[in-house]
Design a protein around this ligand. Structure first.
Ligand code: GLC
Length: 432
């Protein structure tokens, strides 16, 4: 099936005297994600990002510290000492599952070029470390066993590869000799290995597409030929299926799918003693993301011994315990209809709007007029709400004793599908 796009083409240049004509331009079907796959991914709403590799031995940032905090020769030899004997893929998957996450995306190759799987394209991989175990293979098996989807982060830029035009630190240095065509073949062969050997995959999560404008389409075309229902993020060089706001919650958007990636601590890779987010910070990141109609890909950086830090596991468990109770207001929902505000975000599913009240500045929450009738209300977090619907708006109040410090969830049941409502802006909250 082809997606047909009508575009105005000015034929003046071709000598047609400036009369714009309508022509039909077709966008190849491989450029579009399978709608069901996209919906399935959006329904998941919450995933785990994992940044890991030999760099964890230094405690510095993955990729970026090469040639900066760690001299290149030292960085590139770290894998010879990398022996994470406590790595247990089942434990990682269980941590994600207990957190209420539905998928995992692992850095199979970051900007430093090191590969966490048994690739045939380079020796610079985990099988040549003292660990000798295929991390991607083990994680794929564990995810399958525990019912999680797996996606692979794959860095487009590779500051270690001799054919890639840029090198460390931070892709700032130009190589004297390089061959981008050869490198592109390498990249495609590697991504093919990932899909064929460890798929089906949820997504190919490309990153930092330096010099890849015009080449990203090769990636998208190939991955969809290999697996038609795979998704691709927007960092291929030529766009992709979803936006990837980084370290901040993306803006409300019902039209373009998006996924915020954010770290549980400060650094992507493990850093000893790194400052960790509090439970309210973690939950609000998730709620504000889903309220804006996005997914949250929440990052952990496992330690050099292979374990995810126990305090991070604990924090994720707390998120999971909350989601265990209130997940109905998160999974399978879409954002809105109320546009996110600091004190309120909303999600919706079927005929229900879930109000996530993140703070109370007055005794009642004022909502704009709703072009649907509220037939019932429920406070998921306990107690009862008083809901007054008039032409002027909707007033929602919950007794002070039932207002929760992190999130008071009020479900409003409507007389019609909540997804049909156009987005609504909130009035500024009343001052106390
Ligand atoms: C940035 C960073 C990279 C990180 C990624 C995650 O692109 O370069 O280190 O993996 O963000 O979104």
């Amino acid at each position: 099936m082809k997606t047909v796009k009508l575009v105005a083409v000015a034929l003046a240049a071709a000598g047609c005297m400036g009369n714009p004509a309508w022509a039909v331009e077709t966008e190849p079907s491989w450029k579009q994600p399978a709608p069901a796959a996209l919906q399935r991914w959006q329904d998941m709403r919450f995933g785990m990002f994992i940044h890991w590799g030999p760099v964890s031995l230094t405690g510095h940032e993955i990729g970026w510290s090469r040639g900066k905090q760690t001299p290149i020769e030292v960085y590139d030899n770290l894998y010879k000492e990398f022996n994470p004997t406590n790595f247990d893929a089942a434990a990682w998957a269980a941590t994600a599952k207990t957190a209420g996450m539905k998928y995992i995306v692992l850095t199979t190759k970051h900007h430093d070029g090191f590969c966490l799987w048994d690739t045939k394209q380079t020796d610079y991989n985990i099988m040549n470390s003292p660990f000798h175990r295929d991390v991607v293979k083990e994680l794929a098996a564990a995810c399958k066993q525990q019912g999680l989807a797996l996606g692979t982060y794959y860095s487009v830029c590779d500051w270690h590869h001799p054919d890639f035009p840029l090198t460390s630190p931070g892709g700032q240095k130009k190589r004297e000799k390089s061959d981008l065509d050869a490198y592109n073949r390498y990249l495609l062969a590697q991504i093919k290995e990932l899909i064929v050997n460890y798929g089906p995959l949820l997504t190919i999560w490309n990153d930092v597409p330096q010099q890849f404008k015009g080449r990203g389409n090769n990636t998208i075309k190939m991955v969809r030929e290999l697996q038609p229902d795979i998704l691709v993020n927007d960092r291929t060089g030529d766009g992709g299926d979803y936006g990837t706001p980084e370290q901040h919650v993306g803006g409300f958007n019902m039209a373009r799918p998006w996924e915020t990636c954010m770290t549980i601590c400060q650094q992507w890779a493990w850093k000893p003693g790194d400052q960790m987010k509090s439970l309210p910070e973690c939950l609000h990141a998730l709620l504000c993301t889903v309220g804006g109609n996005g997914n949250l890909l929440f990052n952990v950086g496992p330690m050099p011994d292979g374990r995810i830090e126990p305090r991070q596991v604990e924090r994720l468990k707390e998120m999971g315990a909350w989601l265990e109770k209130y997940g109905a207001s998160v999974y399978g929902t879409r954002g809105g209809p109320f546009k996110p505000a600091p004190h309120l975000v909303s999600t919706r599913k079927d005929r229900t709007i879930f109000l996530h009240i993140l703070g109370w500045s007055a005794d009642a929450l004022m909502l704009p007029p709703l072009p649907a009738r509220i037939v019932k209300s429920r406070v998921l977090t306990g107690g009862e709400a008083t809901v007054k619907q008039t032409e002027a708006g909707v007033e929602v109040s919950v007794p002070a004793a039932n207002r929760q410090p992190m999130d008071t969830i009020v479900a409003l049941e409507l007389d019609q599908p909540a997804l049909d409502l156009a987005p609504l802006s909130l009035p500024a909250p009343a001052k106390r």
